[in-house]
Design a protein around this ligand. Structure first.
Ligand code: ADP
Ligand code: MG
Length: 342
């Protein structure tokens, strides 16, 4: 067989294999786009664990009608233009892959209106690249993206989706991550047409605590310790549970780097080590931590789903994290020591 270029739809479906694993990945990408668009209010509708419908509506900047087709084409983005931009990217998205990937494996509807237009426009994608011109539609300023029947045209992927309950659990984690990272954004979620969350927007510690309480429960929120420390261009803030509130699973652990939820072995190790002396073997700490650093010190382009990062000075980051948490925890020690001998 001779070499030939693949059709765009197939290229997008191949990319979708990396970016869009399940409904939760769709929701993550859509919510990130809304945040990148400067939304202050986001409404989410989910049906059947996202397998039937995921709809995200925001009041962000919107998409210019001439750009609607581009938004669904691969490697098209408004967020970076050069390698220099990429190396210091602060937006959650930048790869221009999510919408074309989603469009290639679902029935997609994009409706959007920019602030200075008095009408909205919409385009559809149903598995193939959109060729039609955007058509006018009534829409408030902002964007609605509706994703129906995920993987309807990729039966092998559809088969791998789990039960509604399991997919809903993945969706809930995405909602928790986004909602914890941005208490300044109002978030409403409907699940099978019933209200699931209504999180008001607020600023400062009290707003963050309210989010912790609504999303992770009062038992956690009522006894967290506030973390706030800055050194050598690194800043760690957030909340850790007192060692008396440990978990049998690592299920209450949220780590954000420059506002992006990440899973990272290095960070996990530093946290585990700092808790080592105060937790029983086999118990896991609970925390919501935000690390901020110069974006040039961290590579967020390590993975298509952008959930993994690489630090330029990983030793420095590890030690900063360990020391910061260790200091807070060892300040608690005297009281522990008095109670400890039994
Ligand atoms: P990326 O986020 O990496 O740029 P996406 O495929 O997720 O790529 O989105 C493509 C483009 O569509 C974005 O760069 C942005 O300009 C536009 N876009 C997507 N969602 C929204 C939204 N909710 N509000 C405004 N613009 C959006
Ligand atoms: Mg995006």
């Amino acid at each position: 067989m001779r070499i030939h270029a693949l059709e765009p739809q197939l290229i997008n479906q191949i990319a979708a294999g990396e970016v869009i694993e399940r409904p939760a990945s769709v929701l993550k990408e859509l919510l990130e786009n809304s945040l990148d668009a400067g939304a202050t209010r986001i409404e989410v509708d989910i049906e059947e664990g996202g397998k039937r419908l995921i709809r995200v509506r925001d009041n962000g900047r919107g998409i210019h009608p001439d750009d609607l087709g581009l938004a669904l084409s691969r490697h098209a983005t408004s967020k970076i233009a050069s390698l220099e931009d990429l190396e210091q990217v602060m937006s959650l998205g930048f790869r221009g892959e999510a919408l074309p990937s989603i469009a290639s494996v679902s029935r997609l509807l994009v409706q959007s209106r920019t602030g200075n237009s008095d009408t909205g426009y919409q385009v559809r994608g149903d598995g193939r690249e959109t060729t039609q011109a955007p058509e006018p539609v009534a829409h408030p300023p902002g964007t609605t993206i509706e994703v129906r029947d995920l993987f309807f045209n990729v039966p092998a992927r559809r088969k791998f989706l789990r039960t509604e309950n399991t997919e809903q659990k993945y969706l809930d984690v995405v909602i928790q991550r986004i909602a914890l990272s941005r208490p300044d954004v109002e978030l409403t979620v409907h699940k099978n047409r019933k209200p699931q969350y209504h999180l008001r927007a607020g600023n400062g510690d009290s707003a963050q605590l309210e989010r912790l309480r609504s999303l992770l429960g009062s038992a956690f929120a009522d006894q967290v310790l506030r973390i706030e420390h800055e050194a050598a261009g690194l800043r760690l803030s957030g909340w850790i549970a007192q060692p008396t509130f440990s978990r049998s699973q690592a299920d209450l652990q949220f780590f954000f780097v420059n506002g992006r939820a990440v899973r990272d072995k290095l960070l996990a190790h530093a946290v585990r080590q700092s808790f080592q002396d105060v937790l029983f073997h086999g118990r896991h700490p609970a925390f919501v931590l935000f690390l901020e650093l110069d974006p040039r010190m961290v590579d967020v382009n390590a993975h298509p789903a952008k959930s993994e990062v690489r630090f330029r000075e990983s030793r420095l980051v590890h030690d900063f994290l360990f020391r910061t948490l260790h200091n807070v925890l060892s300040d608690l020690r005297p009281a522990d020591d008095q109670l400890a001998p039994q």
